[in-house]
Design a protein around this ligand. Structure first.
Ligand SMILES: *Cc1c(COP(=O)(O)O)cnc(C)c1O
Length: 463
């Protein structure tokens, strides 16, 4: 049906209208050419088709979100049924409805034991805005209003609203529109980009202790919370050394600050457990969720609220002046519920831990022997390739950072695989449903992409 719906406009027409009227996110509007605009028309499983009929593997699960893959009719049906019964009602003013109640109950079941309540929004970004307001309000309720500072990390991604971008550690975003106050950033656990001679294990401890150092510097009494992604996604799939989170946990256990795990990418099976914090053994007080919560079928985000945080609101009282028109949207909740039922029924979390995760990871890591790959890393089903001119020397980088990443990404698309480039690294995050055969195809396309990139670099004298 989707084919029939798009067939009335040619690719050229679509591109031309897109260029004229569609203001794209995260885009250099001066350089985005007409011919570069790819129009996606339909998708099924891990495959997508563009308006020229090319079949492409979705190695990024949409935008890190389609954990159950494309085209699940069960979700479509659940949404259709909900839309015809109750398309919308709000959850302000003492009101509720069945889909939001059922989803709240389901999330209490699948989240770690300290979580029994959920606040709903529409995205990861607004979820992190909620976090800012919730952690600061929590400390006001606890009689410690001076605890306001939120500690985050350099090169973190926490969304694109002003508060989300301020929490994030991306300088380019801070420069456009400014930041909100009382946010501080510590170093990231990015061993590959560190030029010291520390081992990954030593570096993990060192990076974690940057939190301790900052808390001592600014005074723990001024700090509300520490927020972090278990694995930094948009920053380049930065998988911390195994020593990092245990050392962080030691520090967090000693300090009276809230810990927020931003699970927008790591949640819902991506790392082989339901949540990334479970993979790394931390115990957050709040979790931000979005993306895999509905596998992207409809927009929804949420904040999991621990018993400890909820108790302050219940015991002290006073209105929490915060909510969105679409908090707990019935159709989005129905999509999320159907999505979580698929994850449970098909045992996708276990599948990532015991089957497809190890299967793909073993093959992905072998790409590390390619002459332009400095490191091939993967955890669960999220991974990265560090592209460098000389793998023996990880501190040597390509000139004009980002150029080689873009060349490689374009080769990948041409080879039929969507990988994303983050500066000079390629990243993947496929649907958790990817089969062994499809994983083999992914690896073959990735290897060809590396070969093609090496050819281009050799030809252009860029090595
Ligand atoms: C994508 C992302 C967000 C923002 O989510 P949106 O739904 O795009 O607003 C926040 N945190 C992390 C870790 C993300 O990857």
């Amino acid at each position: 049906m989707s084919r029939i719906m798009t067939i009335n406009l040619s690719t050229a027409d679509l591109r031309e209208k897109d260029a004229r009227h569609h203001f794209h996110p995260f885009t250099d509007h001066k350089t985005l050419g007409l011919d570069e605009r790819r129009v996606i028309t339909r998708a099924d499983g891990v495959w997508m088709w563009d308006s020229d009929g090319n079949r492409i593997m979705d190695g990024m699960a949409g935008l890190w979100c389609m954990n159950v893959g494309h085209g699940r009719q069960e979700i479509v049906e659940a949404v259709r049924a909900q839309m015809s019964e109750l398309s919308y009602y709000n959850t302000f003013f003492k009101t509720s409805h069945e889909p939001v109640i059922k989803l709240s109950e389901k999330l209490a079941e699948v989240t770690p034991p300290q979580f029994n309540m959920t606040f709903f929004g529409t995205s990861g970004s607004d979820g992190n805005d909620t976090i800012v307001r919730m952690v600061r309000t929590y400390w006001q309720l606890m009689g410690k209003p001076e605890k306001k500072i939120i500690v985050s990390r350099v090169n973190a991604y926490h969304g694109s609203t002003v508060a989300g971008a301020a929490l994030g550690g991306m300088a380019g975003m801070h420069a456009q529109g400014g930041v909100i106050g009382d946010i501080r950033h510590i170093m990231q656990p990015y061993w590959f980009a560190d030029d010291s001679d520390m081992t990954p294990e030593e570096f993990g401890i060192h990076a974690a202790r940057d939190l301790e150092r900052l808390l001592d510097e600014i005074g723990e009494d001024n700090v509300a919370a520490f927020i972090a992604e278990p694995i930094q996604g948009a920053g380049g799939v930065i998988i911390p050394p195994e020593t990092y989170w245990p050392e962080m946990k030691r520090i967090l256990d000693e300090r009276d600050i809230l810990f927020v795990s931003d699970e927008v990418i790591c949640g819902f099976g991506r790392t082989g457990k339901w949540f990334g914090c479970e993979t790394y053994g931390t115990e957050p007080d709040l979790m931000t969720m979005a993306k895999g919560l509905s596998s992207g079928y409809l927009p929804i985000g949420a904040v999991a609220v621990s018993d400890k945080v909820a108790a302050a609101f219940h015991e002290v009282g006073g209105e929490f002046y915060h909510g969105y028109t679409y908090s707990g949207h019935p159709a989005s909740c129905a999509a999320a519920l159907a999505n979580l039922e698929i994850i449970q029924r098909e045992k996708l979390v276990e599948r990532v831990a015991d089957d497809i995760g190890p299967y793909l990871s073993e093959r992905w890591k072998k790409l590390g022997d390619h002459p332009i790959v400095g490191e091939a890393r993967m955890k669960g089903l999220v991974g990265a390739l560090e592209l460098v001119p000389d793998p023996a020397n990880r501190s040597r980088r390509f000139e004009n950072e980002g150029t080689v990443g873009t060349i490689a990404r374009d080769h990948s698309f041409a080879n039929g695989l969507v990988m994303r480039a983050v500066r000079d690294r390629l990243i993947i995050c496929p649907p958790l449903t990817i089969t062994h055969d499809e994983a083999d195809e992914l690896i073959a396309m990735a290897r060809k992409t590396l070969d093609d990139t090496l050819d281009t670099l050799t030809r252009k004298g860029m090595l």
